[in-house]
Write a protein that binds this ligand. Structure first.
Ligand code: ARG
Length: 571
């Protein structure tokens, strides 16, 4: 639709200038153009309400006048004035051709729009807490964050992925005590993270009965903060074994980060935060702690505890300061569960005392809902937590079984099972509106029909093999000599929305918008495919339909890849 919008804008700009002496750039006019709410009201609409005030006339009159003076060629089949809008009906035939030709021309670059102009966007995501295995909750931040990372790159920004590891805090003082106490009971190397988290649960329980253990844990953390070599060596060990496991998971998921600067990284960067807040006169003493008071009904944000230790929020404040300086970001996104809404509200509020307004304006928290099992909420104490590693293995094994049962010509079944299994997990997760809690059911996720990852991958495979079977080199088809039918026009117009969908998904931080769109594309393709033969005698029809299938493939592949899902070419 971009080409045709440009054309309409150009013609409108002439009328606006000649008739009303209003000078507007094409970009400004394009921004005014809307999609009519009702499909029967045309394809593009110009609302004339904004002109009413300047021109001291009614929107209806203005719309009529503009319409009368507009000179439009056969790219537009009809213009109609309806209650203050001019509705443009595009000539489907011409429009469809130009849409397809544009997609084929851009190939896998279709979807890219340079609105970001190389500005930096930081995306803080995944960020697991070390000494614990990766569980389903962190899976969500990982794949939502990664999608946003890809989308902002696609919009011409420079995405910077930050894994703000949870590697600092009193809990490590506690883990150290537990480790010293219980380590001889285990063969830690065998499964370090499960054992460390078990030790954590045990020592936590003891500490609840014996307050002195918590005191010692705080003490240990204080020593860590001050650089105690022995304790730091233990902490480093916890971190190393954790990173080893996380790296393996990131590799399977295909996730990359530009920075692993976690909470510990800010240990020597918090003094400055305290100093700035102090200097601004906002740091006050409250029950021995140093806090910043926020609005009336809100609890204050603790900066230093009474023993002088820092907390989670202090480290996030240091991170805002550091990221503003290091990345000069245009936007800074944080993806965590909704349990941290309050935390980020406080941090963003206090940031206003630390950095320039341009860095606080675009601080964005992206919260998401919890994952529940069919059997109820996950709890580490009750041993009902699902660990991602186990889930990934199960998904891959089940996919493999399904593939083998269905029969396949693919040689590397393990690779295919991995692409399908992981793709299914990601697709299912991103399909839901992110703020909603989701109930997890692996069998449902792995179905090969319905709104699932495997189904969409399968649609892609069908397109791919269809084009192969045709024996025609799709790159040699340059022109469309055919008038598209209703199913086809519908699909083409949908493909044309891809750029807008990418923009909308990123702007709302809502991957489900893109997922829903891909489902829509696949289902419209199915309708087209079921109702129309593609490999027919008539060359013009065959080529036009192959181009349409190929364009659909480009959009599905690109869409899935943006979500971090691979697209096998055979299944
Ligand atoms: N480690 C935290 C958690 O697991 C998430 C960190 C999110 N990022 C941040 N800058 N606070 O809940």
């Amino acid at each position: 639709m971009e080409e045709i919008k440009k054309y309409i804008a150009k013609e409108l700009s002439k009328v606006l200038l000649n008739k009303y002496n209003i000078e507007m750039t094409l970009e400004e006019i394009i921004l005014m153009l809307e999609k009519p709410k009702d499909d029967n009201m045309g394809d593009i609409a110009l609302p004339c309400f904004k002109f009413a005030k300047v021109l001291k006339n009614s929107p209806m009159n203005i719309a009529n006048q503009i319409n009368e003076n507009l000179e439009i060629d056969n790219r537009i089949s009809k213009c109609e004035v309806v209650s203050g809008y001019i509705n443009f009906y595009t000539n489907s035939e011409k429009l469809c051709k130009s849409i397809l030709e544009n997609i084929i021309h851009k190939g896998n670059k279709y979807g890219y729009v340079n609105v970001g102009k190389g500005q930096n966007v930081t995306i803080d995501y995944s960020s697991p807490n070390i000494a614990k295995p990766f569980h389903l909750g962190h899976f969500r931040t990982t794949i939502i964050g990664r999608t946003l990372y890809n989308l902002y790159n696609e919009l011409g920004y420079n995405s910077i992925g930050i894994n703000h590891l949870g590697d600092w805090g009193r809990q490590f003082g506690l883990v150290i005590i537990g480790y010293e106490m219980f380590k001889d009971e285990y063969d830690i190397e065998k499964d370090p993270l499960h054992i460390l988290s078990e030790i954590y649960v045990r020592i936590n329980k003891l500490a609840k009965e014996d307050e002195s253990i918590f005191v010692k844990a705080s003490d240990n953390f204080k020593k860590l903060e001050e650089g105690d070599k022995e304790l730091l060596a233990l902490w480093q060990y916890f971190k190393d074994v954790s990173m080893k496991e996380y790296d393996r998971i990131y590799k399977i998921l295909g996730c990359k980060f530009d920075s692993f600067n976690g909470e510990a990284f800010y240990n020597d960067k918090m003094d400055e935060v305290v100093k700035i807040l102090d200097k601004k006169g906002v740091l006050v003493l409250s029950e021995g702690a140093k806090v910043v008071k926020l609005s009336e009904n809100e609890p204050p944000c603790i900066i230093l505890k009474s023993n002088g230790s820092t907390i989670y929020a202090t480290r996030d404040l240091a991170a805002v300061l550091y990221r503003s300086r290091t990345y000069d970001y245009a936007k800074s996104i944080y993806v965590t569960s909704y349990e941290q809404i309050h935390h980020f509200k406080q941090v963003f509020e206090v940031s206003k005392f630390l950095v320039d307004e341009k860095y606080t304006k675009e601080l964005v928290h992206v919260p998401y809902g919890m994952v529940r099992l069919k059997t109820g909420k996950m709890s580490s104490r009750e041993g009902t937590v699902v660990y991602l590693q186990d889930l990934i293995e199960e998904a891959i094994a089940k996919s493999k079984k399904i593939i083998e049962e269905k029969g396949t010509e693919v040689e590397d079944i393990d690779l295919l099972a991995k692409q399908i299994g992981i793709g299914a997990l990601i697709f299912n997760d991103l399909k839901h509106n992110k703020i909603k809690d989701i109930v997890f059911d692996l069998d449902e996720v792995l179905r090969f029909d319905g709104e699932t990852g495997p189904y969409i991958q399968y649609t892609y495979v069908r397109i791919f093999s269809l084009i192969n079977k045709s024996g025609i080199d799709i790159n040699t088809i340059k022109k469309v000599n055919y008038i598209f039918n209703e199913d086809e026009v519908k699909l083409i117009k949908l493909l044309d929305m891809f750029e807008d969908i990418i923009f909308e998904t990123a702007e709302n931080y809502e991957p489900s918008i893109l997922v829903r769109y891909i489902i829509d594309v696949a289902s419209n393709f199915s309708t087209f495919y079921n109702n129309n033969s593609i490999l027919v005698e008539d060359n013009n029809i065959k080529e036009a339909r192959l181009l349409l299938a190929n364009s659909t493939g480009i959009v599905i592949k690109k869409g899935l890849n943006l979500l971090g899902i691979e697209t096998p070419t055979k299944m």
